[in-house]
Design a protein around this ligand. Sequence first.
Ligand SMILES: [Zn+2]
Length: 134
Amino acid sequence: MARREFTKATRRAALERSQGRCEAIGAWYGLEPGKRCNAPLSAGVEFDHIDLDANSKDNSLSNCAATCIPCHRHKSAKHDTPKAAKTLRQQDKARGVSKPAGNLKSRPSFPKPSKPERQGKQPLPPRKLFEAIS
Ligand SMILES: [Zn+2]
């Protein structure tokens, strides 16, 4: 299958849209689901077909992502076949489970106020005030 490429105009437009930051998003590029890479593109930019072009043949701007080289390489290496895509979706799912969002680890932990709590003891039996000593 011949791989069609984006026109110069599309590449230029994608680069402008990216504002110089990698537009790769999500597991296709080895990122967390929904997360954008945002790496500066000053080190090198490549233009990736967001939808695999073998299927979509879509060279429009909406299918063009200006990505950093590691992102593009990751996707090219991992997603040449539908089978690989399925594998990644599964990884994606596993990652979503294993990495909970909203980690407050850095927040200083205050000691909990110690509540005066009754001990879990049974109440003592009533004492005789004057017990005979044998
Ligand atoms: Zn990237």
